[in-house]
Design a binder for this molecule. Structure first.
Ligand SMILES: NC(=O)N[C@@H](CC(=O)O)C(=O)O
Ligand SMILES: [Zn+2]
Ligand SMILES: [Zn+2]
Length: 344
């Protein structure tokens, strides 16, 4: 009898589904067993208002597999021009959060925010109407080393923002450093973070030692192993401030394997399987359910899912590529073996 693990059905609190024909690949992958997912709004052009969020949501729903109950949770993309009215209208339309992309920080962030302090009145309204602030936490200052950009963002932007806006719920997305884990642990109760599977499984040696591996390149960039260890400790600590967000971010193979490759790793095809591997390696499989299925909905003020999924220990080979909208994408761990799978 294979080892099995049954947990409350999980949700993904950070995913990129892209748009158009790409949804035919990304939505079924996300909907395999996640009940809900926070849909990142960094399309081109971005999802900036309620109308665009609802239209995007219906394009996602149109790509759900037959019988799927998968629920996309929509997010607004903050720009310098986002108004209090945009927030109120979006909240009334069911949008749950707004995303802060410092302008230029990551994929499709060109329309992002140049100075967050000028949006403080808008953030006040978010706190008032119960909309969360999701943050890509990196400075864009080119004089700051890429490996230090998350810590610099915490010091320069997040600490003052946290102090100025105590009643705003803030999720620091895809954290990559011990500094970020410490910030979240030490901040007020309205503070949480998502952690990706790849930041639990890898450090920058995996990306750079013995050859450059572009499919490990994502932002914020993988850090040294001491940071990886701090993330594993946070994710497996049982603290309700840390929960699952894959940051699965598909880019076509030729856009990754290029002289100037795009940032983002595709993990949605095997998300919970990859997390199970990381938690098992840490001797903490008993902590996976809280991280994957309880703490996210608790922080968002949503009900936990009531049904379950079962993982089983069984080797299987990851395909070399996955077809997406007339291109191929190379999933993280392409051609390698995974040791967990979701039982049917
Ligand atoms: N994580 C990434 O490296 N890329 C994401 C954007 C993001 O989440 O920062 C993408 O949209 O490709
Ligand atoms: Zn990001
Ligand atoms: Zn992301």
């Amino acid at each position: 009898m294979a080892q099995t693990l049954t947990i409350t059905r999980p949700d993904d609190w950070h995913i990129h589904l892209r748009d158009g024909d790409q949804l035919a690949t990304t939505v079924p992958d996300a909907a395999r067993y996640f009940a809900r997912a926070i849909i990142m709004p960094n399309l081109v052009p971005p999802v900036m208002n309620a109308e665009q969020a609802l239209a995007y949501k219906s394009r996602i729903m149109a790509n759900r597999p037959a019988g799927s109950q998968f629920e996309p949770l929509m997010v607004l993309y903050l720009t310098d021009n986002t108004s209090a009215d945009d927030i109120r209208t979006a909240r009334a339309a069911g949008v749950v959060a707004a995303k802060l992309y410092p302008a230029g920080a990551t994929t499709n962030s060109a329309s992002g925010v140049t100075d967050i302090t000028r949006l403080y009145p808008v953030l006040e309204v978010m706190a008032e109407v119960g909309m969360l602030l999701l943050v890509h936490g990196e400075v864009t200052d080119s004089s700051i080393d890429i490996f230090d950009r998350e810590k610099a963002f915490i010091d320069r932007t997040l600490l003052p923002l946290r102090a100025a806006m105590p009643s705003l719920k803030i999720v620091l997305e895809h954290i990559t450093t011990a500094d970020a884990a410490q910030f979240v642990t030490g901040a007020c109760d309205n503070t949480a973070a998502t952690i990706t599977a790849h930041h639990l499984l890898y450090n920058r040696n995996h990306m750079l030692a013995g050859g450059i591996r572009p499919h490990y390149y994502c932002l914020p960039i993988l850090k040294r192993s001491s940071h990886q260890e701090a993330l594993i400790a946070a994710a497996t600590s049982g603290s309700a401030r840390f929960f699952l967000g894959t940051d699965s971010a598909p880019h076509a193979k030729e856009k990754k394997e290029a002289a100037c490759g795009c940032a983002g790793s595709y993990t949605a095809y095997a998300a919970i399987e990859l997390y199970a591997e990381a938690f098992e390696a840490a001797g903490a499989l008993d902590k996976l359910e809280g991280f994957a299925s309880h703490f996210g909905p608790d922080f968002y003020g949503l009900a936990r899912n009531t049904d379950t999924i079962t993982l089983e220990k069984a080797d299987w080979q990851v395909p070399d590529t996955i077809a997406m909208a007339g291109t191929q994408l190379v999933p993280l761990r392409a051609g390698e073996t995974l040791t967990w799978r979701v039982a049917r």
